[in-house]
Design a protein around this ligand. Structure first.
Ligand code: UDP
Length: 337
């Protein structure tokens, strides 16, 4: 039986595809390549280029392959962009996922692992955040992810569609073997932006706000290695198939690092000069986001293999150093052929 990975050419999707293949799973990728990279997916993985709204193509994918589960990454995922263009977020994320779920139900596929986010919580009341905490998103991105979680809940009641929603905190790092990595255009995430500054591709890193109620005044986040996320998807799917029980899990290391601490870590790892410039706060940024991942540890036996932020940055740096232009015009990535 095969696993269909939507958004399998994206950052977290491509690392999960690689991980699943290393576990011996049969994988099919579906991606519209709007943000993803064809080069990030091994050549021998069946690849369908298309949009989640294309019902006919989804039906073809389900009928041409023996798919018993879907891991659903395909989505827009930038908080700022979602605030300025909520319609495209509702179209791509909510409407696209709705169509995927519809075609799954029609084609009798009953297992889905869904890529959710810490943004469903909004400004937390307490940290570390637990799955049972209040969900009150402060931006359309979080709203659309929460809407899909709710859809999956009701689809379970109505059609027996079983789902696991994985709420990621800050995904970071790259394949430890350096085969694939993070390449967004435009880049908005902290660690790749700092590393681009280290490479001289940017003159400095803007620190968004130094007046938060934290020890050094900058925002604190819980950075989790992308391969640990990939492993959690594998475990979530195993559990789903074994128990036939839906669930929701946070995925983080349970440890927070401030923006300044991350910049210092990048300076130590790269040995390069990285200039930091104080800038205004970015709209919608909560001061502190730290996960309690106890539930994932207890129920999925998930223990992050790369919890050390130094090592997370090392793996990201290895990718950036060897692929300073990302996947652009490089052809296939070494080792993936
Ligand atoms: N950040 C920053 N400068 C940047 C990009 C990000 O100071 O150029 C901060 C951002 O305000 C947040 C943290 O770094 O506090 C992590 O941001 P990122 O966009 O990587 O992830 P998010 O927490 O928004 O999912």
């Amino acid at each position: 039986m095969a696993i269909l990975v939507t958004g399998g050419a994206g950052y977290i999707g491509s690392h999960t595809v690689l991980y699943l293949r290393e576990k011996g799973e049969e994988v099919i990728v579906f991606d519209n390549l709007q943000k993803g990279h064809r080069e990030a997916v091994m050549n021998d993985v069946p690849f369908y280029e298309g949009d989640l709204h294309d019902s006919a193509l989804l039906d073809t994918v389900f009928s041409e392959n023996n798919i018993d589960a879907v891991i659903h990454f395909a989505a827009n995922s930038l908080v700022g962009e979602s605030v300025t263009d909520p319609i495209s977020y509702y179209q791509n994320n909510v409407s696209g996922s709705l169509n995927l779920v519809d075609r799954m139900v029609k084609n009798g596929v009953t297992n889905i692992v869904f890529s959710s986010t810490a943004a469903v919580y909004g400004e937390p009341e307490t940290v570390p955040i637990q799955e049972s905490d209040r969900t009150l998103p402060t931006n359309p991105y979080g709203e659309t992810k929460l809407a899909i979680e709710r859809l999956l809940h009701w689809a379970d009641q109505a059609y027996g569609l079983k789902s696991v929603a994985l709420r990621y905190f800050n995904a970071a790092g790259a394949d430890p073997k350096g085969r694939i990595g993070e390449d967004h255009t435009p880049e908005s995430h902290l660690i790749p932006i700092i590393l681009e500054s280290a490479l001289g591709k940017r003159p400095y890193i803007s620190v968004f706000g130094e007046d938060y109620d934290t020890e050094d005044g900058t925002c604190i986040r819980d950075y989790i290695h992308v391969m640990d996320l990939a492993d959690a998807h594998y475990r979530a799917l195993e559990k789903l198939k074994r128990t036939n029980e839906s669930g929701v899990y946070n995925l983080g290391n349970g440890k927070g690092f401030s923006v300044k601490q991350v910049i210092d870590t990048c300076r130590a790892v790269t040995g390069r000069t990285i200039e930091a410039v104080t800038s205004p706060r970015r709209a919608g940024d909560p001061a502190i986001l730290i996960a309690s991942s106890q539930k994932a540890k207890d129920e999925l036996d998930w223990i992050p293999k790369y919890p050390d932020v130094h090592e997370i940055v090392e793996h990201a740096w290895n990718w950036h150093l060897n692929h300073p232009n990302g996947y652009a015009k490089e052809g296939s990535v070494d080792g993936l052929k």
